[in-house]
Design a protein around this ligand. Structure first.
Ligand code: ATP
Ligand code: MG
Length: 727
């Protein structure tokens, strides 16, 4: 038997972990040390040498993408189709089991899966049917409560209310929600896991069958398992089983979603005979990147501790760019992508990583106008996000009352007591009269056709839209957007939601104000119409197809397990990354630091960190300080990037920031125009006051980019602009 394909691409430590006798095992190792490779080769080894049947393998990874890659790797190693292997995510595998054993799991055969939005809708319906006030019993809090209990493996009857009436109500809602789900034959994401656990726990036959079958349970990214995932795995593997666990405690980044890094210690308690393997050689990154990442994570306390090294060269220094603002940041990245392409690189080599989804917008715009294909992973593109579409629907109604799709979308959002029944009647009326829903609604209100409560609610909505339209008329575009977000109640609605998701939605909505502010209408359309057209086009265009060579954009969380030759981590400002919420919370801060470690260790050859001294995000301006994580990196590994355009004069007065950034001192040459330095305040006859962002070219060809307060960013010919220097 030729084992060289399995063994020769491994170092000694990896080989030891791959070839160890079958038994419980923990591979604990840092980023890029080949954990995933070891797991894959272990599977090939089990089949090839230990004589394991492919049917006996159950491998759990973190994403479907990773599962697909793993299956392909194993097929490559063995030269056989990997269909017999079960490789998937926890949710995917749970789902598969429930489909096979719906009866034992107490589900209808054709049960359907509720996604997060469906689940929320279901809870809303429940609250309404019980006459509970949604401002008191906030639907997202209820959802959060339910999912949290399920993640911990708890059913309503296991919960104690501790004589707390609020908690009692939550528990009751959880109970009623379960009944509603059972009636409808639906299962939410958290339920998949809990049900799959209970399936094994409560059906000894089923458990015996799968224990006998899956002799080999292997789990990648184990540090991010939650309580129920762990319990399920433990049950399936059995205490005399041989689970093969791969983990890096420094990459645990889902605590906020119930992940328990303590599962690592729990594993060692539950399988005291488990062998521990460590891998210390990193194959992914250059020496500089690795050393910087190691230095960063060393700031965390309570680590299991490991020592990562590489035999590769130091490579290039880590590049730090202090952008003037978020647009300058995007321009910088755009330019570096162009350089990369000019040197014969591929776009798919490049990843743009950020902390918050809303940050993608500015990059999307820059890439769109620079014609750089990109793809946003995990998470919708900005204008496709549900809350953004809600806000756009309000704006569309302002522009056109007869836009039925928009009417339907927001007439009862936030909830204002216009139920499906009333809406159904409106639809019928509109169809009969051949009119829009808006007109039908106006008529229905006038004739009181819907009954008292519904009529009043509908009249309130019509008035709201008319009032918003009147109030918005004299405003500039971004103020109109701002007004609509507030007056519609959307912001308030999402603000009341608990947890990260509600917050992200508020951020995205506020980001829409920024988008409007920076929007430069072309042609003759009124600004609002032009903006809506832009949004509609953007949500369909721009994003590259699967096959296209494109820049990869994703949040730091989504980047876990992946690697890219060139990585940009953008928005490295305190309050953004580390996230505001974590600044006063040590555990939270450490989790953010692990996230930064994950981000940095995605980079193979080049790593760029960027931050903006001024950032407009979520609708407001902030003057950021460089992330503390930057200051935690060894200085000699980091090189400041000088701005591309060197203007004639040094910065007027050395600011605090300039002290930190000796690299940004400008080089003396002929001034382009007096007073037109980057960051200078200028006034334009028509556009008003603004700040210089960029200057390109020389002499009569020189162009200047100014961010005008009212009009957003514009490029102007310096020779004709007649700018007046203010400072
Ligand atoms: P992460 O912690 O980010 O999940 P990991 O520990 O799972 O990383 P892998 O993704 O398995 O690491 O490996 C990192 C990179 O190093 C991959 O490109 C992999 O192919 C390569 N690699 C791993 N082991 C070796 C080796 N022995 N020789 C050459 N390359 C290797
Ligand atoms: Mg991995």
């Amino acid at each position: 038997m030729d084992l060289s394909p399995i063994l020769s691409p491994l170092n000694d430590a990896q080989r030891a972990a791959v070839t160890a006798p079958v038994g419980p095992m923990l591979v604990l190792a840092g980023a890029g040390s080949g954990k995933t490779r070891v797991l894959t080769h272990r599977i090939a080894w089990l089949i090839q040498v230990e004589g394991a049947s492919p049917h006996s393998i159950l491998a759990v990874t973190f994403t479907n993408k990773a599962a697909g890659e793993m299956r392909a790797r194993i097929e490559g190693l063995l030269g056989i189709p990997g269909a017999a292997l079960w490789v998937g995510t926890f949710h995917g595998i749970a789902h598969r089991l429930l489909r096979l054993h719906w009866r034992e799991a107490g589900l209808p055969q054709g049960f359907q899966i509720l996604d997060a939005e469906d689940q929320l809708r279901m809870v809303r319906k429940l609250l309404r049917s019980q006459g509970l006030d949604e401002s008191r019993w906030i639907p997202r809090e209820v959802v959060w409560f339910i999912n949290h209990q399920k993640d911990e493996g708890l059913r309503p009857k296991a919960l104690k209310d501790g004589n707390d009436p609020t908690r009692r109500q939550f528990i009751r809602l959880y109970h009623d929600y379960e009944e509603a789900c059972a009636r409808a034959g639906v299962v939410d994401f958290a339920e998949l896991l809990l049900r799959a656990f209970e399936l094994l726990r409560d059906n000894p036959e089923v458990l015996r069958h799968y224990r006998a079958r899956f002799r080999h349970v292997l789990v990648d990214e184990f540090q991010d398992t939650n309580a129920i995932q762990y319990a399920w795995m433990k049950l399936l593997a059995g205490s005399d089983g041989a689970p093969y666990i791969v983990a890096d405690d420094d990459q645990s980044i889902y605590r906020w979603r119930g992940a328990r890094v303590e599962n690592l210690q729990q594993f060692q308690r539950d399988w005291p005979q488990a062998q521990l393997f460590r891998l210390e050689q990193n194959y992914r990154s250059t020496g500089n990147i690795l050393q910087a990442a190691n230095a960063l994570i060393a700031h965390n306390a309570g680590r299991l501790g490991k020592n990562l090294w590489t035999s590769g060269g130091h490579g290039e220094p880590i590049r730090l760019y202090a952008a003037f603002n978020e647009r300058d940041e995007a321009d910088f990245v755009t330019q570096r992508i162009r350089d990369h392409m000019q040197q014969g690189g591929e776009r798919r080599d490049i990843a743009i990583l950020y902390r918050s989804n809303a940050q993608s917008r500015v990059f999307e715009e820059a890439f769109l106008s620079a014609r750089i294909p990109y793809k946003v992973y995990g998470g919708l593109r900005f204008f496709e996000r549900a809350e953004v579409k809600d806000a756009l629907a309000y704006l569309r109604l302002l522009a056109n009352r007869d836009d039925d799709a928009s009417f339907e979308r927001v007439v009862n959002l936030p909830t204002r007591g216009i139920g499906a029944k009333s809406l159904g009647e409106l639809r019928v009326a509109a169809r009969e009269q051949g009119s829009s829903l808006w007109r039908a609604a106006t008529a229905a209100v006038a004739s009181q056709a819907l009954g008292g409560r519904a009529t009043a609610a509908l009249a309130g909505f019509l008035q709201l839209i008319e009032r918003m339209a009147a109030d918005a008329a004299p405003l500039v575009l971004h103020e109109q957007v701002d007004l609509v977000l507030t007056a519609s109640g959307l912001i308030e609605h999402h603000r009341r939601e608990k947890a990260e998701r509600g917050e992200a939605r508020v951020e995205n909505l506020e980001e829409l104000v920024s988008a409007a502010r920076g929007f430069e209408p072309e042609g003759e359309l009124p600004p609002l119409d032009a903006f809506l057209a832009h949004a509609a086009l953007e949500s369909g265009e721009g994003q590259a197809g699967e096959w296209e060579d494109c820049v990869q954009m994703m949040t730091l969380h989504t980047a876990k397990g992946l690697e890219f030759p060139v990585v940009f981590i953008c928005g490295m400002e305190d309050g953004l990354f580390p996230h505001q919420r974590s600044l006063n919370d040590l555990d939270g801060l450490e989790e953010e630091r692990r996230l930064c470690y994950v981000g940095m260790t995605r980079a193979m050859r080049q790593l760029y960190l960027t931050y903006a001294e001024q950032r407009r995000l979520h609708g407001s301006d902030s003057y950021g300080q460089a992330s503390r994580f930057i200051t935690e990196l060894p200085e000699d590994l980091v090189e400041e990037v000088r701005p591309r355009i060197r203007l004639g004069r040094p910065y007027a007065a050395p600011t605090a920031a300039a002290h930190h950034r000796p690299g940004r001192r400008a080089v003396a040459s002929e001034p382009v125009a007096p007073g037109m330095r980057l960051g200078a305040r200028v006034r334009h006859g028509k556009f008003g006051e603004g700040t210089v962002l960029n200057v390109e070219g020389q002499g009569p060809q020189a162009r200047i980019q100014v961010n005008f307060e009212r009009q957003g960013t514009k490029w102007l010919m310096l020779a004709y602009a007649n700018l007046e220097a203010l400072s």
